[in-house]
Each structure stands twice: as C-alpha cells, then as structure tokens.
Design a protein around this ligand. Structure first.
Ligand code: FDA
Length: 305
C-alpha cells in the first residue's frame, strides 16, 4: 500500500501527468466523485443534500501553498463568505482550512493573522474551523500556531492529528490537556521513516489506541476514517464505557463509503462529511487516488490508453 501511495504521489508531481489529468474527460468523471464542484453554490448544494440525510458538513475550499500574500487574503475572504453563507442557509457553519493556503510559506505570522480573521467571523456566526494537517514539514509549526489560536478562540478552532506520525500520541495528550477538539486521521502524505510508521498495522494500532484515549478523555473528538474495523472498535469502546453518541462524531470524505455514512446515522451516531470544492482540486485528488489501489489502477489504465 505504501509503495502504491509513494508511486502515485511521485508520478502525480510530474508536469505532463498533471496536464493530462486536468484535461482528460474520463478522469474528470472520477474527480467529481471526490470534489463537490468548482463553485460555492455547488458545494452548498452538496451540503444541503447531506443535511437532508441528517449528515453535517465541513466545507473545504481546495488550494494549498499559495504563491502570494494576496492569494492568501483572497482565501480568507472566501472562507469568511463560506461561514456566513452556511449560517444564512441554516447549515452549521463548519470549515476546514490548510495553513499553507493562508500564507504559511510567507511566515508564521501571516498564516496566524489570516486564521485569526477567519476565527473572528467563526465566532460571530457560532461556527467552527478545523485546521487540516499537511505534510510532516508543517507539523511542528502548525501545532505551535494552533496553540496560539486556541488560546484566543478555544471554542472556534480544532486540529487534526495523524496516527502515522510517531509524535501523534504526545500531540493527542497535549490537545487533551488543552481541552481542544481533535480530528484523528491516519495521514494522507508519504512520510519518511524518521517521523512516521511505515507499516500499516502500526498506523492502525496507533489509530485504535488514540481513539480510545480521545473518546475517554478528549473534548468532542472526531474519528475520521473509512476503515470499518476502526469504526467498529470506536463504537465498542464508547458502548463499553457508556460514552454517549453526542460526545463525539465520525467523519468521512465526500464520495467515499456513502453507504457507511448513512448506516452510522441510522445507528444513532453523528456523521460529518468533508466536502471539498474549487478549481484547485489536483493535489487533493491525487491523495485520494493514492489511498486506494483500485483508484490507482483505474487511473493507470487511463494513462496507458
Ligand atoms: P484506509 O486508507 O485503510 O481505508 C479504509 C477503506 O476505506 C479502504 O479499504 C477503502 O474501502 C475505503 N477508502 C479509503 N480511502 C478511499 C478513497 N480515497 N477512495 C475510495 N475508497 C477509499 N489526512 C491528512 O493527512 N490531513 C488531514 O487534515 C486529513 N483530513 C481528513 C478529514 C476527513 C474527514 C477524513 C475522513 C480524512 C482526512 N484525511 C486527512 C485523510 C486520512 O489521513 C486518510 O488518508 C484517509 O482517510 C484514508 O484512510 P482511512 O482511515 O479511511 O483508512
């Protein structure tokens, strides 16, 4: 699995491959499975559809590593518009944001100031902002910025922790001490051995262990996985320790395991779906392809033709 992921992510970086995917009609069909559309109107339609099935949403404007401070400011404008639009549409305002989209590459203060502007609006609309976690080169600075933001906006901001990282347990314990909301994920990036477990079993065991810790001691954790063994383990732990279903939520990605999203709601659990939209879909799309051998094979067949 790890080899497939590394290969797909490496090939996807190639300029010719990127151009091919952006223009190919068949792969655009696959993109629309994972991405709600190019515009906020399309993303809101997806959110309403989920809402009609008692599933909440976190909206993500696609884009990362912006190339200028102006682009970062534009992302702030769009994100604040998203928050207000969700409130006006009677949807719970909830967004997911990457710090490199807010200008992290131009300095820690740029990203922190931009995020503060978003969090002020989140506070106005009683909304919530999740800081997505990017590759391990960003982990330490993201955690430091998160600490600062949580000190001023404790109710409005949460973080993502990746169980592939060796540091995950210490970050989870730190978040528990802060009373901060954690989304637990396996991790979508190819990471070096020094910082990350390379063996899938270790990543999964870490996920199961940190899920138990967060369910028992955390503040409204989000268990974000499509791995049904891990979902089952979370449910069993909650049942065993009488942790009621409104103390946590499950999260899944738009277009992945839709049947299970509905099943969890039918069983009385909270489910939030991560809905990405926007023209800058390529890096997000390649991570989704890299996650699943069947997706990778489909794409390789298109490339061979
Ligand atoms: P795993 O990869 O083992 O998949 C379990 C099963 O789910 C697969 O066998 C397959 O059936 C299905 N599945 C999983 N991915 C699929 C796909 N792309 N297409 C089709 N089927 C698929 N990562 C990160 O590094 N930073 C972040 O901020 C986030 N944020 C985030 C939010 C939410 C709501 C989710 C659900 C996930 C993330 N992730 C993330 C991604 C996460 O790290 C991880 O890469 C994916 O969730 C896939 O891992 P699973 O836990 O689903 O297990």
């Amino acid at each position: 699995m790890n080899i497939i992921r590394r290969t797909v992510l490496a090939v996807a970086d190639n300029g010719a491959v990127s151009r091919f995917f952006r223009s190919n009609r068949l792969t655009r069909g696959l993109v629309s499975r994972f991405v709600a559309g190019d515009t906020l109107v399309e993303a809101m339609a997806a959110a309403h559809d989920l809402d009609s099935r008692s599933i909440t949403t976190t909206l993500d404007l696609l884009g990362e590593n912006v190339e200028s401070a102006e682009e970062a400011r534009a992302a702030v404008e769009t994100y604040t518009t998203i928050l207000r639009s969700m409130r006006d549409a009677n949807l719970e305002p909830n967004i997911s944001v990457k710090l490199t989209m807010l200008g992290l590459d131009f300095g820690r203060d740029v990203a922190a100031d931009n995020m503060t502007a978003i969090l002020d609006v989140a506070r106005d609309v009683s909304g919530f902002v999740r800081i997505d976690m990017e590759g391990s080169a960003c982990t330490e600075v993201t955690m430091l910025i998160f600490d600062e933001l949580h000190a001023t906006h404790p109710a409005e901001v949460g973080i993502v922790i990746q169980t592939c990282l060796r540091r995950a347990e210490s970050d989870v314990r730190h978040a528990i001490d802060l009373g901060a909301r954690v989304r637990l994920v396996k991790g979508a990036y190819a990471e070096p051995e020094e910082v990350a477990f390379q063996n899938r079993v270790e990543v999964d065991e870490n996920f199961a262990r940190l899920t138990r810790l967060l369910l028992s001691e955390g503040t409204y954790p989000a268990i974000a996985t499509h791995d049904l063994d891990l979902v089952r383990a979370a449910r069993e732990h909650a049942r065993r320790f009488h942790i009621v279903s409104d103390r946590f939520e499950f999260q899944m990605l738009y277009g992945v395991r839709r049947d299970q999203q509905e099943r969890l709601v039918a069983d009385g659990y909270r489910m939030r779906v991560y809905v990405p939209y926007g023209a800058e879909w390529y890096p997000y799309f390649t991570r989704r392809i890299a996650e699943r051998p069947a997706n990778a094979l489909f794409v390789l067949r298109q490339l061979r033709r």
